[in-house]
Design a protein around this ligand. Structure first.
Ligand code: CA2
Length: 177
């Protein structure tokens, strides 16, 4: 069975690319979704991508993931700093969880610096822009399926990813914006 990933996005991330591009860049959430879908398909993983502005809806999705998903990738956005409910839900998930932030939260103001969710997750990726989602998919995939463990760049070239990257022009190489 292919690895099953759930990618969850918290409040206001639907505004990505529309407001505050100096902090979060100009890439929209639908564009990030497409890039994630394409990379997950390349790895042979199944993927669900969700965004909600509501804490309870995110808790419900994390609960549902216990039956349907092998690994969770979550950008909890503002709930990173406030939500004990999401923390508790993540603790109840048995598979690997990777927390992603587009910006480097450690370089932000005091309010945006300390994620209370980080102690409930396997790894935190922040500051890589939208590319952080791709790194997280690769890491989550590698946790679950030995045949998609990280490979040297030349191996991706051999398997055609290099061409795919060049053709797309490409979100997967996004740097911090
Ligand atoms: O860098 C990230 O991915 C964040 O999780 C984004 C959150 C922020 O609270 C975290 O500190 C870091 C905010 C997402 C809000 O996104 C907006 C996008 C455009 C305009 C307004 C908000």
């Amino acid at each position: 069975m292919p690895a099953r990933l759930m990618i969850l996005n918290g409040p206001n991330l639907n505004l990505l690319g529309v407001r505050e591009p100096h902090i979060y860049g100009s890439t929209t959430l639908p564009a990030i979704r497409r890039s994630c879908e394409e990379f997950a398909a390349f790895l042979g993983a199944a993927m669900h991508f969700e965004q909600s502005n509501h804490e309870g809806a995110l808790v419900d999705l994390i609960h549902a993931a216990r039956q349907t998903t092998d690994a969770i990738i979550i950008n909890p956005a503002g709930y990173s700093f406030t939500s004990i409910a999401i923390y508790d839900a993540l603790k109840a998930f048995e598979g690997p969880i990777i927390e992603v932030h587009i910006s480097n939260i450690h370089a932000r103001d005091k309010l945006h610096r300390h994620s209370i969710l980080s102690s409930a997750v396997r790894a935190v990726i922040c500051g890589l822009g939208p590319y952080g989602y791709i790194v997280a998919i690769q890491a989550a995939g590698a946790e679950m399926t030995p045949h998609i463990r990280p490979r040297p760049a030349w191996d991706y070239e051999r398997r055609g990813l290099g061409q795919l990257l060049a053709r797309r022009g490409s979100l997967w190489r996004c740097s911090v914006s």
